[in-house]
Design a protein around this ligand. Structure first.
Ligand code: ATP
Length: 890
């Protein structure tokens, strides 16, 4: 973001001088400068914001003899404008009034209100519900490299969750893709690193360069300690240098953007490459795990299986699906919890009903900690804790033998239940009795402390309300005594006043009434007065109101503090509710989708029976057709099945669907979910790769073929024997022979070198011969048959290669004009009869080709001849002859 051109602040008015000071501290942010009920923007900021927001840009006053460009947004609607600016890529510094005008006046009649930047709003530091997607996480990430290791630290500021992932520079792309951060902090030095740049481009999110010095060891360690308020980082279990550096960047960014307010953060949850399945951005996109290729949640795997009823549950499900686990025991623990809910439908239903009212405790707590929360957020804590209590009671009533309750459920029920913790139940009691029924978003709006909680507040309110009643009586009395029809009204400028119409006002100006009625204001058709008694009541009401508000604000602060004191327990309760929501939601989906519990182990097997692709199945069923389940058996060891399956079949036969459904089974199973199949035996997959279809990557300046080859290269260099690879039609984007050659070589490499489980869909039927040539390759095909000249897709995967392509029949189905189809048939017949065995790959000297060429030792004949030449003793003619001789030898 460009800074505004420097404007000389000399000669500025006091308010403008204050503005210049704020702007100088935040040159790359738009400054929202609080002026009463508006946030105003000036100079270049005004012009850019007005254009981005579609609001009017005007002028206010002058500076240096020039009018000052100005744009403003009302404070009450600021959130919506902020959201728009953040989405458009701006950073916004909010410069607030730190006192009210009356306080400023106490320092002297010319004093202006003190203002300060209280927050810088960036995409990764949003906390307001209006700016966040309830079902989507909003993460701020930071990357750092140190001692050959790379770390990605991330914080979800709206819930306080912190994570660190230690990986290698090559693993950065997958690590970032798993987090989908909306803002990424990067030490500026790393922009020179190609791997980092590639990872950043693939990750999306706003990239925020940070001074590299902020990631230096001692500076970052000091900052992280300050952030957590600890003397040593040892309690976090030996963070690696890169992790501390990445966390240090986050700490620095939070210090700067939150103007010193410290958020409540959970200790960093750490993961290494050994803990989560690596899924690179291309694979993630092509499998449409969290989003469809067009960026929608609906239509993705997540959208299809998400039955959670809370925002926090939905976010946790997305996190689980985005980063499936590797440890069979940890996966089984999740599956136990899902199964528990599968087997308890009634409990599940009532529990899900209770969860619906739980609110978003983690986000409310975070706002409270950052000083942005209000009474409504305290109300959310009450709701959440009460739901936890109700859910624990429900589960207790289930009469469950404790021994049979899975550990994950047991832990969640305990953490969610405030009655398990003295401090939490005290907090719940305090807030539940203390808060009234109507909770405003902001404490300054008052009226949220219930009656009977604070005696001085009740008194002040009684006085205020009594005085209002007295005013109502006074109105009647004054009208009767004066004989003039009048009303008592109130406005912010005059306070309470007596008002009558202009043509009835005369008697009030004359004796004896002018002894009582004191003139205040004459408008076109009304005249306004006050009386000593009214002014006195007005003062009492104002004072009582101010006093009531002061007591409420004090009470709010005490409650806010009490809540923040229990931050860890509240966060744990919020996580527990989200966990229960995810487990119950997955059970609900499992039942709807007829899904089964997978068997997970450490073998290299992948054996699915009767498996389905949930998203395609739903679409096919909506169209009234059945979905055909398919089996798939692979084994990296080659013992119980092939390592590599070559999948052929006509266009539209269901190859892509088959490939993806198997990859998705692995994702679901390792995320701890049931799978849409009759059974699945899965040896954990450490890395999942999918190269499906030939999609252009023009945004990154790569052609279809180039993008495909870059991804294929990544697979061939990174897949391990524990990986699962699906390749769909690689090599399609280039000339037939090149394409076939690349596909052939890639299949061989996967089989021989990577030795991973792989499904390889292709239209090059020539690859079918690999089954005979390589030990652990089998052909599979998706069947179709011709019936009355038309093609019928069976969508059934069976052994053996496809007999033919049926491309022309598919073209007919697609509505290609009949003349073109007829002509294509003629051409095809001709090609098939005339070309003599178009591909004689059976004879390809596979292993010879791959074998290294023998290295010739000693000088070549040309070199020997050259050496023998006596150049100095040659005539020009001899030299020319020698040259011809040499040419003949080359
Ligand atoms: N198992 C199945 N049961 C029922 N319908 C299916 C099944 N698999 C695929 N389909 C249907 O067939 C359509 C085409 O499937 P898919 O894209 O997987 O074919 P393909 O063989 O990869 O085609 P192409 O080679 O043209 O890319 C899907 O959109 C879906 O409607």
């Amino acid at each position: 973001m460009n800074a505004s051109p420097a404007i000389d602040p000399a000669g500025a008015t006091p308010v403008m001088a204050q503005y210049f000071e704020a702007k100088a501290r935040q040159p790359d942010a738009l400054v929202f400068f609080r002026m009463g009920d508006f946030y105003e923007l000036f100079f270049e900021d005004a012009i850019r914001a007005a254009a981005a927001l579609g609001i009017a840009q005007t002028f206010r006053g002058t500076h240096g003899g020039q009018p000052i460009p100005m744009a403003g947004v009302p404070v009450h609607a600021a959130e919506a404008y902020l959201a728009k600016l953040i989405r458009a890529g701006f950073k916004v510094a909010v410069c607030e009034q730190m006192e009210n005008p009356a306080e400023a006046r106490k320092r002297g009649s010319k004093s202006i209100v003190h203002r300060d930047v209280v927050r810088i709003v960036t995409p990764g530091t949003l906390t307001e519900d209006g700016l966040l997607d309830a079902r989507g996480a909003n993460r701020l990430a930071a990357i750092a490299l140190r001692a050959g290791q790379a770390a990605v630290a991330s914080v979800e500021l709206s819930t306080g969750e912190v994570e660190c992932l230690l990986t290698t520079p090559a693993g950065l792309a997958a690590a970032l893709a798993g987090l989908q951060p909306s803002e990424i902090l990067v030490p500026d030095r790393l922009f020179a690193d190609e791997t980092v740049n590639t990872a950043l481009k693939a990750a999306g999110g706003v990239v925020q360069p940070m001074a590299a010095a902020l990631a230096e060891p001692s500076a970052s360690e000091a900052r992280v300690k300050r952030l957590y308020g600890v003397d040593t980082l040892d309690g976090f279990g030996g963070l690696a240098g890169a992790e501390v550096a990445a966390l240090g960047l986050i700490a620095a960014h939070l210090e700067m953007t939150q103007a010193g307010r410290i958020p409540v953060l959970s200790p960093p949850r750490r993961a290494g490459e050994a803990d989560v399945m690596a899924i690179d951005p291309a694979t993630r996109a092509s499998l449409e795990i969290e989003r469809t290729l067009s960026g929608q949640r609906e239509g993705s795997l997540l959208g299809c299986i998400d039955r959670t009823v809370t925002g926090a549950g939905s976010r946790l499900l997305a996190a689980r699906l985005g980063r499936p686990l590797l440890d069979p025991a940890a996966i089984e623990a999740r599956l136990d919890a899902v199964q528990w809910f599968v087997e308890r439908r009634r409990l599940r239903e009532t529990l899900r009903e209770a969860l619906k009212g739980a609110g978003d405790m983690a986000r409310a707590l975070s706002r409270l900690a950052l000083g942005r929360g209000g009474p409504r957020d305290l109300g959310t804590l009450v709701q959440g804790l009460k739901s936890g209590e109700a859910i624990a009671a429900l589960a207790a009533g289930e009469n469950r033998p404790l021994a049979e309750t899975p550990a994950e459920i047991e832990a969640a029920l305990t953490a969610a239940d405030p009655s398990q913790s003295g401090a939490l139940s005290e907090l719940l009691a305090l807030l539940d009795t203390g808060l009234g029924p109507d909770l405003p978003a902001q404490a300054r709006d008052g009226g949220f402390v219930a009656p009977g909680v604070r005696a001085p507040l009740d008194e002040a309110r009684a006085l205020r309300d009594d005085s209002r009643r007295v005013i109502a009586a006074l109105e009647g009395r004054l009208a009767a005594e004066s004989g003039v029809p009048l009303k008592i009204r109130h406005n912010a400028v005059l306070g309470y006043f007596v008002e009558t119409t202009a043509n009835k006002a005369d008697p009030l100006f004359q004796a004896p009434l002018n002894a009582t009625f004191i003139h205040r204001q004459t408008l076109a058709s009304q005249v306004r007065f006050t009386t000593v008694e009214l002014a006195d009541l007005d003062a009492r009401i104002a004072q009582a109101g101010e006093r009531a508000l002061a007591i409420e604000l004090e009470t709010f602060e005490a409650w806010r503090q009490a809540a923040c004191d229990q931050a860890t327990a509240i966060q744990a309760a919020a996580r527990a509710l989200a966990t229960l929501d995810v487990d119950a939601g997955l059970a609900e989906w499992a039942e709807d989708a007829n899904a089964v519990r997978p068997q997970i182990d450490k073998s290299l097997c992948f054996s699915a029976e009767g498996a389905r692709h949930s998203v395609v199945e739903a679409a096919v069923k909506r169209a009234g057709d059945p979905f055909t389940p398919n089996d798939c058996c692979l084994d990296g060891s080659g013992e119980t099945g092939p390592r590599l399956a070559i999948v052929t079949g006509p266009n539209m036969a269901g190859k892509s669907t088959f490939l993806r459904q198997n990859a998705l089974l692995a994702v679901l199973a390792q995320a701890g979910s049931y799978v849409p199949a009759r059974s699945l035996k899965l040896g954990v997959v450490d890395r999942l790769f999918s190269r499906v279809g030939a999609g252009d990557d023009l945004a990154r300046g790569r052609s279809t073929f180039m993008a495909e080859m870059v991804e294929t290269a990544a697979i061939l260099t990174q897949a391990t024997p524990r990986s699962l690879v699906i390749l769909d039609e690689i090599g399609r984007g280039t000339a037939t022979w090149d394409g076939l050659a690349i596909a052939w070589a890639a299949a061989e490499a996967l089989h021989d070198t990577n030795r991973c489980r792989a499904l390889f869909a292709t239209h090059y039927h020539e690859l079918a011969v690999l089954e005979e040539r390589l030990a652990h390759v089998a052909n599979l095909s998706l069947k179709a048959k011709e019936w009355n000249g038309d093609l019928v897709f069976l969508h059934e995967a069976g052994p053996g290669p496809a007999d033919r392509s049926y491309g022309v029949q598919v073209a007919k189905l697609a509505g290609v004009p009949p003349v073109v189809v007829a002509r294509a048939r003629q051409v095809l017949e001709r090609l098939e009869t005339e070309s003599h065995s178009p591909v004689r790959l059976e004879g390809l000297p596979l292993f010879e080709a791959a074998a290294p060429q023998p290295v010739r030792r000693g000088p070549s004949p040309v070199e020997e001849a050259l050496k023998a030449l006596d150049v100095d003793g040659m005539s020009p003619r001899e030299a020319l002859e020698a040259l011809y001789r040499l040419k003949g030898l080359s």
